[in-house]
Design a protein around this ligand. Structure first.
Ligand code: ANZ
Length: 880
């Protein structure tokens, strides 16, 4: 029989017990036993995408953090909601299905089973009754329902937008399936972007509120800043340039249809209008193809075609600016000058108006373009000093020195704006032009409307129907969910269409009066399901509504949301957007979903390097005396911090760690690695610190007892008669105070050190602990090492589980440092140490020092010439 702690039998025992007892069930208003007086705490870890390869160590880090909070808050008397589910639609399952012939459904179920088993083995206190998966029809029925509410509110619109199309493969591809060079990941075939009708959600309608409401959130400042920049509010003006030959007749009869007589630009620098020496259109601008003069037509068409083959990101990242002159001119509304119209792919069709007034003297991209194309550069804002830091380019040209100054200065060469400082010049310019109907002040956002349709199989079908007359109607709510056809494999059609359109039987939507309409063939993006899952967790089995209103009112908002910083922008912004739409329709009670947010850092990998630079995975290394060696050559190796990667073989599989050391050891180690928010390297050997701590605690409470029998071997812990050690008692109060404060502040690594310090203070002497001290110690450990804590609790002959026991309290009086040790120096040399109250006066300190030094030669009855006293730190006596 084993004499030490046997996590292999004890951990699964408690996992089954908690499950069977429903220890972590959260009660909703209306449930029998629900106590409305209890405060609520909703803690949520970002739910995982159940990939085929199982959990990664990053998952246990954030989920352990969630679990510590959940267990702690439960012990503090909160009604805690700690749910888990699966973000189970997505591209990898579909790609795997196409490759192997398995259905994505079957694959997803397999992956979920693996993830569930792995999370259960870590002892997380989830309410498993609330498990959801976004790919279950009972879930996505409501994703579709919410989409219909957005559609009804006019927030879903159908527009043409480019998709990647690969002629050779005969399919539309996702961005992730196309390389940066515009080749398909499979086979490396060339791809082009072709326009297709797609659905957009009008998130830009909410840009202002998404930006302004960040202020009220308890989120890391860095994440708020990222969202703020992503939304990218910019204040400027829209200015109209008439096309040459069409001045003064916008919208006049006789004008060719659909061709406006002017080009509108968006600018944040209207004050630089007099310095505009060219006009730039995005290749996708409606006028781009129409303006070319006959001489330029072929070159313009070729340029536009080439631009289609590149993504916006590629176009913006390109070194060097390219462009083509259309041969046409427009007129500067400020001074009537002729301005040549160019097309360039550094102008984005989707931002502003898709047209830019080129001001090379004050915009660096325009400067580079003008230099490249030999366009004049005219200074219209004078820098405050000749060597100002905002002068970002300088070039000597045959016609003189030209600079690019992007800062604020004073207007020059600008008629009525001359002499005006930049802020006033901006206002004045818009005022003058607005009076003539040629400009208006506008606010623009970087944020674009959300491209919401995907030409995939493994997603939620968009529940709309297209009719022969071109109208689009929602699928009646009673017909939801719109299910996927049973197979995900379709023969390529040779046309850029979504795969669902190829299933004729599925596509045909029978009309009540006979005949058929066509189902919308696009599916939703993976983001859709995660936009509202935190709401479904509240009421996951409700088949009348996505969530009952009284339940939503009780639990929302989420008090603490924990996940990776990679979701700082898209997921968090999309979820906030949906939530605000639901709020506006009166379907939720609070305008924001996540009151608190915390981003955990990444866990990095380790590797060992030899002199030649070759890297070894930790498993391939021999360790001795705290050093690492190449097992073949004996060469000593140095430790390196690297990314975890399959090729190096240094990916840590949580299953293996649990099998070898147990879930509690993994949990303790993973949160003690360092601050939760920091990136930190996994260190295979350091987990032994956690293992030793567990054994030490076991030995203190149980000793040599046979772990197969639930008997304690520390009889003194079963009675209340064992004497209480005052020093231990004081240290315990300090530990309780510190661990409590650390958990509240999410400093779990220092909380664990407090526990270790306390246990080490006992020096392995179990008899320094009495029963109620052991109990409080076990409770303190419960959030971190719940299996061990639960077992020790049982060994103390408790019949009620620890999971529901109250958190220990501390006496503040015991926590203050009453006595401190003070160094006494004479003429700068340490001569004695004395013990005295921390706040003792100088007179008291001096009297104690005299006592301590009585009879020593250092003071020898002399009166000190000077006394330097820093309470709690030092007493220095200067003796002549
Ligand atoms: C003229 C000008 C002169 C500009 C100058 C800047 C400096 P933010 O602040 O990011 O909103 N711009 C407008 N639409 C564009 C598009 N579709 N693609 C690429 N660039 C575009 O930037 C607004 C500025 O970005 C605008 O102000 C415009 O250039 C450019 F001395 O207009 B500016």
């Amino acid at each position: 029989m084993k004499k030490e702690y046997d996590f292999r039998s004890i951990e699964p025992k408690w996992q089954h017990y908690w499950r069977a007892q429903g220890s972590f069930r959260a009660l909703n208003p209306g449930d029998p036993g629900f106590d409305p007086a209890q405060p609520k705490y909703y803690v949520l870890g970002m739910f995982p995408y159940p990939s085929g390869s199982g959990l990664h160590v990053g998952h246990p880090l954030s989920y352990t953090a969630v679990d510590i909070l959940a267990r702690y808050k439960r012990m503090r008397g909160f009604n805690v909601l700690n749910p888990i589910g699966w973000d189970s639609f997505g591209l990898p399952a579909e790609q795997f299905a196409v490759k192997t012939g398995f259905s994505p459904q079957a694959l997803t179920i397999d992956s979920i089973n693996t993830f569930r088993r792995q999370l259960m083995a870590l002892g997380f206190s989830y309410d498993w009754e609330r498990e959801v998966a976004t790919s279950n029809p009972s879930y996505f029925r409501w994703t579709q329902w919410i989409f219909l509410q957005l559609h009804r509110a006019g927030l879903a619109v159908e527009l043409e937008a480019p998709v990647w199309w690969c002629e050779r493969l005969g399919t539309v591809l996702a961005n992730e399936e196309v390389s940066e060079e515009g080749k398909s990941e499979v086979g490396g075939h060339p791809c082009v972007r072709v326009p297709l009708k797609q659905w957009f959600l009008r998130i830009t309608e909410y840009a202002d509120r998404l930006d302004a409401d960040l202020a009220g959130l308890q989120w890391p400042e860095g994440i708020k800043e990222l969202q703020h920049n992503w939304i990218g509010r910019s204040v400027g003006a829209e200015i109209a340039f008439a096309l040459e030959g069409e001045e003064g007749q916008p919208g006049q009869p006789g004008q060719p249809e659909g061709q406006p007589a002017e080009i509108a630009v968006f600018t944040t620098r209207p004050d630089t209008l007099h310095g505009c020496t060219f006009m730039l259109l995005a290749p996708e601008h409606p006028l781009a193809g129409q303006l070319a003069t006959p001489a330029q037509a072929a070159a313009v068409a070729a340029y536009i075609d080439a631009a289609r083959r590149q993504s916006e990101i590629q176009r913006q990242a390109k070194a060097g600016k390219t462009g083509i002159f259309t041969g046409a001119y427009c007129l500067n509304p400020a001074n009537g000058e002729r301005v040549p119209v160019w097309i360039s792919d550094y102008v984005l069709a989707s931002y502003g108006t898709g047209a830019v007034m080129g001001v090379p003297a004050h915009d660096e991209r325009d400067f580079d373009f003008a230099v490249e194309k030999g366009i004049p550069i005219r200074e219209v804002v004078q820098p405050p000093t000749p060597d100002h830091k905002d002068i970002v380019r300088a070039l000597d040209t045959p016609v003189g020195r030209r600079i690019c100054f992007i800062g604020d200065g004073v207007g020059v060469n600008s008629g009525p704006l001359d002499g005006l400082p930049t802020p006033q010049a901006k206002e004045r310019c818009v005022e003058i032009l607005a009076a003539a109907g040629k400009a208006k002040a506008v606010v623009r956002y970087k944020l674009r409307d959300w491209l919401f349709s995907r030409q995939r199989y493994w997603g939620e079908p968009i529940p709309l129907v297209h009719h022969a007359d071109g109208t689009i109607t929602p699928v009646p709510e009673t017909e939801l969910p719109v299910l996927l056809p049973p197979t995900g494999r379709f023969e390529p059609s040779g046309e850029p269409t979504p795969p669902l359109a190829l299933d004729a039987e599925w596509s045909a939507y029978p009309l009540p009066g006979g005949g058929h309409a066509t189902r919308e063939p696009n599916v939703m993006p993976q983001w859709a399901g995660s936009c509202w899952y935190y709401l479904r967790f509240l009421d996951p089995h409700n088949d009348q509504a996505f969530c009952a209103p009284e339940v939503e009112r009780y639990w929302m908002p989420v008090d603490m949301y924990i996940g990776g910083a990679e979701h700082a922008v898209l997921h968090l912004l999309y979820a906030r957007f949906w939530h605000k739409c639901l709020y506006d329709q009166g379907l939720v009670s609070h305008p924001e979903p996540f009151a608190g947010l915390f981003n955990q850092g990444m866990i990095q990998g380790e590797a060992y390097r030899n002199a030649a630079g070759q890297l070894f995975a930790p498993g391939k290394v021999r360790f001795a005396d705290g050093k690492a060696f190449d097992p073949d050559t004996g060469e000593e190796l140095t430790r390196q911090i690297v990314k975890m990667s399959k090729s190096l073989g240094n990916i840590v599989n949580p299953d293996e760690v649990v099998q070898e050391h147990g879930a509690d050891a993994l949990r303790l180690y993973i949160v003690s690695m360092g601050p939760l928010e920091k990136n930190k390297p996994w260190d295979t050997r350091s987990i032994m610190g956690a293992v030793r701590f567990i054994h030490r605690l076991w030995a203190l409470v149980v000793g040599e007892a046979d772990s197969a029998h639930e008997t304690p071997s520390r009889p003194h812990l079963l009675t209340d008669t064992h004497p209480r050690d005052a020093e231990v008692e004081r240290a315990l109060h300090k530990a309780i105070a510190a661990v409590t404060a650390d958990i509240e502040a999410m400093r779990f690594h220092t909380a664990v050190s407090q526990l270790i310090i306390f246990v080490n203070l006992l020096g392995g002497d179990a008899h320094r602990l009495c029963r109620d001290q052991a109990e409080r110690l076990i409770k303190l450990c419960a959030p971190f090492a719940p299996h061990l804590a639960e077992e020790l609790w049982l060994r103390l002959a408790h019949t009620e589980p620890l999971a529901q026991a109250p958190w220990p309290s501390f006496d503040p009086a015991q926590v203050v440092e009453t006595e401190v040790t003070l160094a006494v120096q004479v003429n700068g040399r340490l001569r004695a140490t004395i013990s005295l109250p921390a706040a003792a006066s100088e007179a008291v300190a001096l009297a104690r020092a005299r006592e301590a030094l009585a009879g020593s030669p250092h003071l020898a009855g002399k009166e000190p010439a000077k006394v330097i006293y820093v309470p709690g730190k030092i007493l220095n006596l200067v003796v002549k």
